[in-house]
Design a protein around this ligand. Structure first.
Ligand SMILES: Cc1cc2nc3c(=O)[nH]c(=O)nc-3n(C[C@H](O)[C@H](O)[C@H](O)COP(=O)(O)OP(=O)(O)OC[C@H]3O[C@@H](n4cnc5c(N)ncnc54)[C@H](O)[C@@H]3O)c2cc1C
Length: 329
């Protein structure tokens, strides 16, 4: 590991200026950053510790402005917030099931969205894969049981964050401060497919810092659910996750948003499946049809075909649960 400094700026413009310098990397809870240092994936000149910045760690909610989660808020704060539970259940559930209690006490909301992929080839210090500037995605023909079934190629990573699908299902935005000033980005537009740029996972530019996540107040009649399947329950990333937000009126769905995690290189929204639900009276057959449509484009690799039936089952269950329909299994 190379030697590096840790600098703790006291204001946002100072932090942003430091982050425009090549080799300087933002540090929040440090959970992923420390792993990346140990795996020699990053070799920073300096870590710019954002935890010295004030006013970026709270959670506020009001009907007009919606929910505002500071970028430095911890996952446990989100999971245990009464406001988040009451109106944004899928977000609370996603935060509360990530990792372990110890990690949720350290890990921040922005850090969770910006964590790098878990692919074992990418994380191996001696493998020079496509995402590290090498010539080949070793997962494509190698060991790929945890890799993408949708949207893959030329790299087959999956997006690892629990929070991202739930936030996108609520049409959340990231507020970003940087050299171009303060602006908001729809989280749905924030993540980048490997086809567009294999070296990056999001559109954040040098010097840009996420300061807040803004979630609009959902219309009356909205319910949400986050479900996931894991190989082991103790600590791990999900094999598949899904967040569903359903807005209903007079026993019919007005609008539904469905976003899956851990199946594609970015959080994977499925508009065709959402269309199946719009205007429908929810029942198990409609939910099963939407779940089939959600996985229509799936192209499993040699070892990860098992993700397709798991994803279908989770999407179907999440739709029924969010729509308040009794399930028989
Ligand atoms: C055993 C284990 C199990 C896990 N299981 C799960 C799981 O089930 N689900 C899940 O979602 N995650 C899981 N994780 C990952 C963990 O949740 C993330 O590593 C953590 O959320 C990262 O947050 P952090 O604050 O520590 O980020 P850091 O490690 O500090 O930063 C991560 C990245 O974000 C950048 N960054 C951080 N904040 C900002 C900001 N405000 N603006 C700009 N850039 C910023 C950093 O530069 C870095 O690139 C697990 C981790 C471990 C070790």
């Amino acid at each position: 590991m190379n030697r590096f400094e840790v600098i703790t700026p006291s204001d946002l413009p100072g932090a942003s200026r430091l982050l425009t310098q090549r080799g300087n990397i933002a540090l929040a809870g440090g959970v992923d950053t420390v792993d990346l240092l140990k795996q020699e994936i990053i070799e920073p000149r300096a870590l710019i510790n954002l935890k010295g910045l004030s006013g970026m760690d709270g959670i506020q909610s009001d009907a007009a402005a919606g929910l505002r989660i500071g970028a430095l808020a911890k996952l446990h704060q989100v999971a245990n917030s009464a406001e988040v539970h009451e109106r944004y259940a899928a977000i609370a559930e996603a935060a509360g099931t990530a990792a372990t209690p110890q990690i949720r006490n350290l890990a921040t909301v922005a850090g969770n969205l910006l964590q790098r992929p878990r692919c074992w080839y990418f994380r191996h210090p001696e493998v020079d894969c496509l995402k590290k500037g090498g010539l080949k995605c070793y997962a494509a023909e190698g060991l790929n049981r945890y890799h993408a079934i949708l949207g893959g190629g030329p790299s087959y990573i999956v997006h690892p964050s629990n929070l991202a699908p739930a936030l996108i299902a609520f049409s959340a935005k990231a507020r970003v401060f940087g050299p171009k000033g303060d602006h908001e980005i729809d989280l749905e537009q924030f993540f980048v497919l490997p086809q567009a740029d294999v070296l990056r996972e999001n559109i954040l530019q040098p010097g840009e810092i996420i300061t807040q996540i803004i979630v609009p107040t959902p219309p009356p009649g909205t319910n949400s659910v986050y479900l996931e399947a894991r190989e082991k329950q103790s600590f791990d990333w999900p094999l598949v996750s899904v967040a569903v937000v359903v807005e209903s009126a007079q026993n019919r769905v007005r609008r539904a948003l469905i976003v899956m995690g851990a199946v594609a290189p970015i959080p994977w929204r499925v508009p065709d499946a959402e269309k199946v639900l719009a205007g429908a009276k929810l029942d198990p057959a409609v939910a099963a049809h939407a779940a089939d449509v959600a996985l229509n484009g799936a192209k499993p690799l040699a070892d990860n075909g098992y993700k397709v039936p798991i994803a279908k089952a989770l999407v179907r269950r999440a739709i029924l649960q969010a729509g308040g329909v009794q399930q028989d299994g």
